[in-house]
Design a protein. Structure first.
Length: 498
């Protein structure tokens, strides 16, 4: 009887051990899941904090632009405008100190440098700060500089050892006088985005100085004030529309390559033309010497020189080289014009737009991404009716569609573009042979910040911005897609004259 009980006890102990092992395994799994969830929550919080920092930065930028615009729009004189700009911009860029100077053909007009702004260099005497600025101020000559200059400071004085950077902006007041705004910074690095915002404010500042210098009428001042307010409103809206800048960043290398090709052979052609010119100069010197010594030019010697330097061939070749250079210049000009149209927001007013020109310009911008791995099929009906719209915004729509198509066809494929007139409008279809989309992706396609791309590869704003632009133009967009079967976007525009 005791042996039977001992066996039951052993079975019970074994069962309890198994239960304990399962419980321990379940606990380990739960702890692993809890750790994973904790990391996910941590990463989500980090992302939220980053978004908050970005939002606060955008608010600070908008506040700075608004305050600067208010200063520009006021009736203060140029010197007060420059003083206020120094303090506002210096606070925004977190400079240590700054001032404005007036340069003339005789040098620095020292009577104007007394207006010095200090943030963290209160211990530095005005004359010492002025000496430090003058010793590091760049020489720009008579050329008008359209952006801020950033230079490393050569600290020749012990009291200036904390200063690392000098930022300067040169503003033409007249043919002989230039206003220079200068900041000194102890930062290890200069924030490029701050410089971009400063350059935005610089455009308004330049316009304001020109208005004051030309003493325009009060009505003109009011019109410029309305334009400034509109520009600020557009800037506030475009803080959310980062897709255009993201697209330009992604396309910059390709555009640079497209421009570099014609520039390269234009440079080579120019070197050859320089050699030809030297040969013509040599022939000229020989003929001039013969004319001075003999009083006339021998036809035989002339012909010998022509043959010696092969001038007949060089003359014909020079014409061809010049024609090639002109074609290269036109090619670069076409690319730059397309980029200017793309990057320029334009006015809110609608104007007659040729969709064929818009599509061609968009293709020029993204061509370097498409020309190697992709086949382009383009079917545009002749004499398409005009639509009413904003060319730059419509170009942005097609750039987004073409870039998305390229991303959907990572290993190459075919991009088809169709444009046909239909009753009271134009139908445009953009189709690719890419990876296609699921129903879930299609349902969120035009949702802001929704993206299927990896981190850092997309903002999730491209198609939502395109949708808003099309709504503004009273146009519609539909998408048909299946996984592995590609996608087709159908855009329907109302014609300008129904």
């Amino acid at each position: 009887m005791s042996v039977f009980q001992s066996g039951d006890e052993q079975a019970l102990i074994a069962m309890l051990r198994r239960k304990l092992a399962r419980a321990q395994k379940a606990r380990e799994v739960a702890e692993q899941q809890l750790e994973r969830y904790s990391w996910e929550i941590y990463n989500a919080n980090e992302s939220l904090r980053q978004s908050l920092r970005e939002s606060e930065r955008r608010q600070a930028e908008l506040a700075y632009l608004s305050e600067e615009a208010a200063t520009i729009a006021s009736s203060i004189n140029i010197y007060q405008l420059l003083r206020d700009t120094v303090s506002l911009s210096g606070e925004f860029v977190e400079a240590d100190g700054g001032m404005f100077l007036i340069q003339s053909e005789h040098g620095i007009e020292t009577k104007e440098y007394g207006q010095i702004w200090k943030r963290r260099v209160g211990w530095l005497r005005d004359d010492a700060l002025f000496e430090l600025v003058i010793s590091n101020l760049p020489e720009v000559g008579e050329e008008e500089i359209s952006h801020w200059l950033v230079l490393a400071v050569e600290n020749t004085q012990a009291y200036a050892s904390q200063i690392n950077w000098l930022l300067s902006l040169h503003l033409k007041l007249s043919a002989a006088r230039t206003a220079v705004i200068v900041f000194l910074s102890s930062s290890e690095l200069i924030d490029e985005e701050c410089l971009f915002v400063l350059d935005t404010a610089r455009e308004h500042l330049v316009n304001s100085i020109k208005r004051r210098l030309t003493d325009i009428s009060v009505n003109q001042s009011n019109r410029e004030l309305k334009k400034t307010v509109q520009h600020l409103e557009e800037a506030r809206k475009q803080l959310l529309q980062t897709e255009k800048m993201a697209s330009l960043g992604q396309l910059a290398a390709g555009v640079a390559h497209e421009i570099n090709n014609p520039v390269g052979y234009m440079g080579a052609n120019t070197e050859i033309l320089a050699d030809y010119v030297n040969n013509f100069i040599e022939v000229h010197h020989h003929l001039l010497s013969q004319l001075q010594q003999q009083g006339h030019i021998s036809a035989g010697n002339y012909q010998t020189l022509i043959e010696q330097y092969d001038l007949a061939y060089e003359y014909d070749d020079a014409k061809e080289l010049i024609q090639n250079n002109l074609e290269g210049v036109q090619r670069v000009k076409d690319i730059i014009n397309s980029l200017k149209t793309f990057s320029h927001q334009g006015s809110a007013e609608m104007e007659p737009v040729n969709l064929e020109e818009v599509i061609e310009s968009a293709l020029k911008i993204v061509w370097n991404q498409l020309k190697y791995q992709y086949t382009i099929h383009k079917y545009i009906a002749p004499s398409l009716p005009l639509v009413s719209g904003n060319k730059g915004k419509l170009q942005q729509v097609f750039v987004n569609l073409f870039v998305n198509a390229a991303h959907a066809m990572e290993d190459g494929g075919e991009l088809s573009i169709y444009a046909d007139p239909v009753q009271r409008g134009i139908l445009v279809r953009v189709a690719d042979t890419g990876c296609g989309m699921t129903e879930e992706v299609k349902s969120n396609l035009f949702t802001p910040f929704f993206t299927t791309k990896g981190v850092g590869e997309g903002t999730g704003l491209g198609l939502s911005v395109s949708y808003a632009i099309l709504e503004e133009h009273q146009a519609t967009i539909e998408v048909a897609s299946m996984p592995g079967r590609g996608s087709e976007f159908t855009l329907r525009f109302p014609s300008r004259d129904p």
